[in-house]
Design a binder for this molecule. Structure first.
Ligand SMILES: [Zn+2]
Length: 91
């Protein structure tokens, strides 16, 4: 799906519709010492396999979110992702 470079939508901080710049959301690098990561390591320790089982189905799509940044106040909102094969920003 092609996404527009700029978009006019509601800004929760300005409380009106303003121009936003669109970016595709990318997951940042996780900290190895974070709480969740430590808990996960604890579960994998010792006998027994993965605590939640292996994923059996192969998904062909990925949930992709959009990051919208207000041009007026530079407030960023991550819009909930939808399943897409490919997301790109139109030029
Ligand atoms: Zn704003």
């Amino acid at each position: 799906m092609k996404m527009p470079k700029e978009l006019k939508t509601y800004c929760p901080r300005c409380k009106t519709h303003t121009e936003h710049t669109v970016k595709i959301f990318k997951k940042g690098k996780s900290r190895i010492t974070s709480w969740g990561e430590r808990q996960h390591k604890k579960l994998l320790k010792g006998y027994g396999g993965s605590p939640r089982g292996k994923q059996r189905t192969v998904k062909t799509t990925k949930k992709q979110s959009m990051m919208l940044k207000c041009k007026k106040c530079s407030y960023t909102v991550v819009r909930k992702g939808v399943r897409l094969k490919k997301a790109e920003i139109a030029r």
